[in-house]
Design a protein around this ligand. Sequence first.
Ligand SMILES: [Fe+2]
Length: 284
Amino acid sequence: MPSPILDLAGITLEVNHLPRGVRFYEQVLGLDLLAHDEERGVAHFRVNDAQTLTLWKPLTRQANDPRLAPLRARGASHLHYAWQIQPGDLERSKALLDEQGLPWTEIDLGTPERPDPTVYFFDPFGHGLELRGVDLLDERQPTYPPTPASRPAHALPVMGLREVALAFGDYAAMKERLPRAYGFAYAKEQEDRDFAQFTLGPGPEPDGNGTPRRWLYAWDPQVGLADMFGGDHALVQFYADMEAVLERVRKEGLPHVLEEGRLAVRDPEGHVFEFLPPRRGGAL
Ligand SMILES: [Fe+2]
């Protein structure tokens, strides 16, 4: 049976200072600000036609999104996530990070025959960001393929969100549950780490070599590459065949909210996953 998960739709990050977050994501990443509400503690950005990035500042006795209050949703803390860029933009990106005074680390995730240089850096809130080159002509295309974006000259030329890495205390249970309870396509795990890779698409695929596909990574609490954590209490949005996911979630008996055409589920480890129906076109 193909996985009902279609693509990565967005992430929500927890921040302790909203204006600083808005400044960083507008200036460094060049994202378009769609909404900024200090009273609700929410800033919402467009990444591309299909993906968004949201910042939540926790407020006492107040839910950032009342719809998700029953699930006690929070933005992710110290989340590792990756941006898709064109490989030819990597050198310029490093220079832009230098100009912004942001330290970065470069790691080659490829092989001597096929290098895959990747750049890691942090936002002001301890989230671990990555710039990963993708081959736009690769045949492994996601449902909503990345396309070159026009960003301000001072901003990183990011095209889309590529991956999100979450921490799970009970790694073994997670590995069974994610495919069973939601239908995530388990691709593989790393030999030397408790690190599982799920393809956000109809079936498991090999990672790497510039694939434009999107990924959910899951590992036990550990510090991974470039000293980056997997996120805690993450809030992640996915495009999906919602009926198929809802059937699994009900069978699993997980707390969920079905409202405004979106299905939100609280995972036993405290992450909240939101499943959105496929887009009908048009810009965000
Ligand atoms: Fe990564």
